[in-house]
Design a protein around this ligand. Structure first.
Ligand code: SF4
Length: 365
């Protein structure tokens, strides 16, 4: 291989992947970038921040604020894992209201979306189709029915399987990814517009996430299609360490969200299928009803969440629970109304929560 062709085929493509993107070049440069720390936010008419209510999505919002984003273009999307039909199997019960208070505090709109019946409804599917998606939009809530002409009725009757494959670990795809995609695909306001879709994954969380691109076309991008919908997916904190995440929350005086104050390392589902023994022991101690409901389903299905065939109560019995000392956070965790502050009041000291830097297994990676 000549020196020139080596440059053309190896060196230059590698550099293109590594340099931060001057986003004005997006039409001429390849649109997938492994690193894209700095992009031009002014290019977009809509900026959607997927807001779980956890530290990484809050850090993503704070980061674009620091970059000088026009906040009038920003909106938050939150997927209710348990839906709105009465199930309380997976989510923290205050999480929906926490997100409402967060959106009020940042003065940006928040739109919820969910799979009708939530996690529990999908898990109990038996020879039937998945239920509709419910999507909040600026014009009101819309119901998106399933196309029963495509595919056959299905049966789940078991918890999602632990693993990286989204096919068997169906909760992430059925309750978050699909809901987000349909929300993008079914709103006319995005047609002919440039949309930036922001999520808060970080490379250091897992070997799988280490391989993510920082900027790429979103699966719902139709920039060359009839609808002319340009959708970029950007992960602004992908290269950040956990120290950087906590630091931006500290600098902006955002109080650490409740799950971290209780000892959880991640703020995803409270009863996540990836929870380790210590987290289950803590749930059994402080939220026994939630552990009991999960164990009952394991019994009913004849299949445990754990691949080792031990149910969550047996798993819990093998570890010591956290001793929760933050009684204010504990009391809040039992209420579906979030009544604590989002920002510290003047003169209050920011406190690193016990869950920070913990390696205790919880949350999907
Ligand atoms: S947090 Fe856990 S249980 Fe909840 S959707 Fe993600 S992987 Fe599934």
């Amino acid at each position: 291989m000549s020196l020139h062709s080596y440059d053309d085929t190896v060196v230059i493509p590698a550099l293109k992947r590594q340099v931060s993107v001057c986003h004005n070049q997006s039409e001429v440069a390849p649109d997938t970038f492994f690193f894209a720390e700095n992009i031009d936010l002014d290019l977009y008419e809509h900026i959607i921040v997927c807001m779980s209510g956890g530290k990484d999505s809050i850090a993503s919002l704070l980061h674009i604020q620091e970059m000088g984003v026009d906040m009038s273009k920003v909106e938050l999307w939150h997927h209710d894992v348990d839906g709105r039909e009465g199930s309380q199997l997976m989510d923290w019960i205050f999480m929906a209201d926490y997100n409402r208070k967060l959106s009020d505090a940042f003065n940006v709109p928040l739109y919820f979306s969910w799979l009708d019946g939530g996690f529990e409804g999908e898990m109990l599917k038996e020879k039937s189709y998945s239920r509709p998606h419910q999507i909040e939009t600026p014009e009101g809530q819309i119901t998106l029915a399933r196309n029963t002409k495509r595919g056959k009725p299905g049966t789940r009757l078991m918890f999602p399987q632990q693993g990286a494959s989204l096919a068997s670990r169906w909760c992430s795809s059925a309750l978050k990814i699909d809901v987000g995609r349909r929300s993008l695909n079914n709103q006319h306001r995005f047609e002919g517009k440039k949309v930036l879709f922001i999520t808060g994954e970080r490379r250091e969380e897992s070997a799988n996430r280490a391989k993510y691109n920082q900027l790429e076309r979103h699966a719902c991008d139709r920039r060359r299609g009839r609808k002319g919908r340009h959708v970029d997916a950007w992960r602004p904190v992908l290269n950040w360490s956990e120290e950087q995440i906590w630091d931006i929350l500290r600098r902006h005086r955002v109080v650490a969200p409740i799950p971290y104050r209780l000892g959880w390392a991640r703020s995803s589902c409270m009863t996540c299928i990836f929870n380790g023994a210590r987290i289950w022991a803590t749930i059994v101690k402080y939220f026994p009803e939630r552990a009991r409901k999960i164990a009952e389903y394991e019994e009913l299905f004849g299949k445990t969440i754990s691949r080792n065939k031990v149910n969550v109560l047996e798993l819990a019995s093998k570890a010591h629970p956290f001793e929760i000392e933050d009684l204010v956070a504990l009391e809040q965790s039992l209420s579906d109304t979030y009544s604590l502050p989002i920002f510290l009041k003047s003169g209050e000291r920011w406190i690193m929560p016990p869950g920070a830097f913990s390696k205790e297994g919880c949350g999907s990676l």
